[in-house]
Ligand binder design. Structure first.
Ligand code: SAM
Length: 209
């Protein structure tokens, strides 16, 4: 298991094809997540504050889903193999190699940031800086949607993720860090695990005032 961004990128490079095979159509089986994404997309469209960056986009299936909801979305991922796959699978959509810890974007240029199960790989002490980065690139009125594996424990819980070191978070602990970064809460959703899933799935939707 590895824990730095370059190491995480290399770990995902090694499994990119398999990941796309296993999860490329996962949203078809996740009505709750489709609902959360639809709400996020509508808020972003109504605000009209700019495009959405899907950070840690993997093979781009969620980025493309947002595109289908009428959102101008592009993907960013630290794994170059994931980005290559995403470009092949979704040729009409932009995908860039980069890290969410230092986005190659100006201040206030985005209407939305989606981080779907990607902050899970940041060490807990890195997460406040990442939330600061999301706040920097969002326009006022922009929305951030986080997807993560949930926990009841106020301390982040390391778990045996198959690809790279990862953490579960309590929604309250993440929300505290998001508030400290300058966000206000819009909504939170906790979904019970389906067959084959181990943990509750958390979704936090917040706005930059
Ligand atoms: C569990 S996958 C999630 C992929 C996709 N968002 C989804 O919901 O299926 C985590 C993704 O985050 C990417 N990632 C991890 N750390 C990153 C970082 N610092 N910056 C950008 N991407 C990162 C990994 O390369 C991987 O593609």
């Amino acid at each position: 298991m590895v824990e730095n961004s370059a190491g995480v990128g290399a770990a995902y490079d090694a499994v990119a094809g398999l990941y796309a095979e296993l999860f490329g159509d996962v949203l078809d089986r996740l009505p709750v997540e489709r609902g959360v994404l639809a709400a996020f997309a509508e808020l972003v469209r109504v605000r009209g504050a700019g495009p959405v960056a899907d950070v840690g986009c993997g093979p781009g299936h969620v980025t493309a889903h947002l595109g289908g909801l009428g959102v101008d979305a592009f993907g960013v991922d630290v794994s170059s193999a994931m980005v290559e796959l995403a470009r092949q699978k979704h040729p009409g959509t932009r995908f860039d190699v980069g890290s969410m810890a230092a986005l190659d974007l100006g201040d206030g240029v985005l209407g939305g940031v989606l981080a779907s199960y990607s902050i899970i790989h940041m060490r807990p002490e890195q997460v406040p800086g990442v939330f600061g980065e999301f706040h920097r690139v969002l326009a006022s009125g922009g929305h951030l949607l986080l997807g993560f594996f949930a926990s009841d424990d106020p301390e982040p819980q390391e778990f045996d993720h198959k690809v790279a070191l990862a953490y579960r978070w309590s929604p309250n602990s993440l929300m505290d860090l998001l508030r400290q970064a300058g966000f206000v809460e819009v909504a939170r959703v906790l979904r019970s695990p389906h067959d084959g899933e181990r943990f509750q799935q958390g979704h936090l939707l917040v706005r930059k005032p």
